[in-house]
Every structure is written in C-alpha cells, then in structure tokens.
Write a protein that binds this ligand. Structure first.
Ligand SMILES: [Fe+2]
Length: 287
C-alpha cells in the first residue's frame, strides 16, 4: 500500500521515482533465514487454502525458499509472463508514485526484511509481504491487467477526491481478497497469504462475515488495519474483478457521493452471504 505522509520528496539515496537498488548481496545469512522460515511456514499452510493462480505463480517464479529473491533474476521470469517487474523501494511511497508504478506494470516492494523476533509483526510491508504475498498473483494475466488498471484509476481517483473509496477496493481485493472456486473458498489477497494467522482465520474462523464481491458495496465499507478483518469479500472470478475495474468509475463515484458508508460488520439485504460471522473475535479484541 501507499502513504502520502512524505511531502518533501524521496529520501536521500532514492531515485526521483522513489526506487533504490535492491543490492541483493548485502543481505545477511540471518536475513535469508528469516525468509526461509516464513516461506516454509506459509507453503505448508497454503495448499488447499490459496487459489490455484497464486500457487502456480509461486512455482513459476521459482521462489523455492532458498532465501530472499534477487529481483533481477525474478524479474526475468515475471516480465516474460505478464510484462510486470518488481522495483525496490525503501518503504511506503506517496500515493501518486505508487499509482504511477502500477500503471506502468512496476510493483514497488520493500527491500528490507523483518527481524527474527518479529515473524508475525509488521509495521510496514517488508520484502516477504511484498514479494511472497503480491508477486505470485502478478504472474496471472488477468490479475496483472487488473493491477495496471487500478494504478490508472488511482491517479484519476486522486483528482476526483475519491481515493478513500478506491483504497477500499485495493484493501478488500489485492490485500484481503477471497475467491469462490469449485473446490470452495480460496485466498488470493497478499495480506492473507503472507500471514500465518490470517491464512487460517480468513477461511476457517466463524467470526468474520464472508460476503459476495460487489464493487460499490466494497467501496462503501471501511476496513481495519490493526487486526484481522471483520469482513472478507468473495470474488466469483478474477475476470469479474478486471471487468468491473475497466468500467468508467465516474458514475460509480457519483453514486458513492449519494450513499453513506456501510458499518464494517454490517450485512445488508442485498449481500450474498457466504458466512454470517459471529464477530466474536472482533468483540474480544476491541481496539
Ligand atoms: Fe501489500
């Protein structure tokens, strides 16, 4: 995700587009071990939980847990598949920079990795979240096109004052999306696939609501950044996500201007309900 808290331009050592060299040779053996630990934990959990597109992407990129991937090597494979590349950034980047990268099929990834005593704690997205979580889905042509369309839409949303609505679409799809498949619900969101706890919680816990994806509905729903989600939205297919995003958002934003937000744990009569959650987890973890 992005942040607009930087107003004075990129930090020292960054290019004007906020990218830096990954400088793969600087990673220590301990840092590579953190990647391997996280990789092994997640790949043990994800078969039968993550969607086929994610698992296939992980294979295609050959991220077999040998350590933090070298972006240059990984980009050769990724670019050949969908035209995307991963670029290293020092951390969160301003919104317009983030959208411009996405619109040009570049995914900005944090190049640092969390410490061994922080395996389940993340203040800012690190290389494990950004690469393991996000990049496998970028090998899928439909999802890859969606991410580019999202970046283009971001620049427009900023000019129309609708960034908060568009950010919800990113949150409930790219970060925390579920998908309906003939085998049952599957994860495609990066925030879930890179988290041990949420990989199980999102699919198996009775607490959260699981509701059918609807573009306007999603854009009306706030989200929480501090804990597991109270609602997940279930896509019928990646094609639906792309098709919905390629439409002109002008009328969508006009509609949103007339409609109030929907409370985070609410279920409306129009919702397709996969799970009517108990909200027990959220109730016990009041912020
Ligand atoms: Fe992310």
């Amino acid at each position: 995700m992005s942040a607009d808290r930087f107003i004075s331009g990129p930090p020292e050592g960054c290019r004007p587009d906020w990218t830096i060299d990954q400088d793969w040779s600087r990673y220590t053996a301990e840092e590579h071990r953190v990647w391997v630990t996280l990789y092994e934990r997640q790949t043990a959990l994800l078969p039968g939980r993550a969607c086929d597109q994610f698992l296939k992407g992980l294979e295609a990129l050959d991220l077999h847990g040998k350590g933090i991937p070298d972006f240059e090597v990984m980009n050769l494979k990724l670019k050949a598949l969908t035209g995307w590349t991963v670029v290293a950034v020092p951390g969160l980047v301003p919104d317009e920079v983030f959208f411009d990268h996405l619109a040009n099929r570049r995914f900005p990834a944090g190049s640092f990795i969390r410490r061994p005593d922080q395996l389940d704690y993340l203040e800012e997205p690190d290389v494990f979240h950004d690469v393991f979580g996000h990049v496998p889905m970028l090998t899928d042509p439909t999802f890859a096109d969606y991410m580019k369309a999202y970046g283009e839409g971001g620049l427009r949303a900023m000019s129309l004052g609708r960034l908060h609505n568009l950010a919800r679409l990113y949150w409930y799809t790219v970060e925390f999306g579920l998908m309906e498949t003939p085998q049952g619900l599957r994860i495609y969101g990066a925030g879930i696939v890179s988290s041990r706890g949420e990989s199980e919680f999102s699919l198996e816990d009775p607490s959260p609501n699981r509701l059918g994806f609807d573009l306007v509905r999603v854009m009306r729903t706030p989200y929480r950044i501090d804990d597991y989600q109270q609602v997940y939205f279930v896509l019928p297919s990646l094609q639906r996500l792309l098709d919905d995003t390629l439409q002109d958002f002008g009328p969508v934003y006009e509609q949103l201007g007339r409609l109030p937000d929907i409370a985070i744990a609410a279920i409306t009569p129009e919702d397709r309900v996969f799970t009517r959650g108990t909200q027990a987890y959220a109730g016990a973890h009041v912020a």
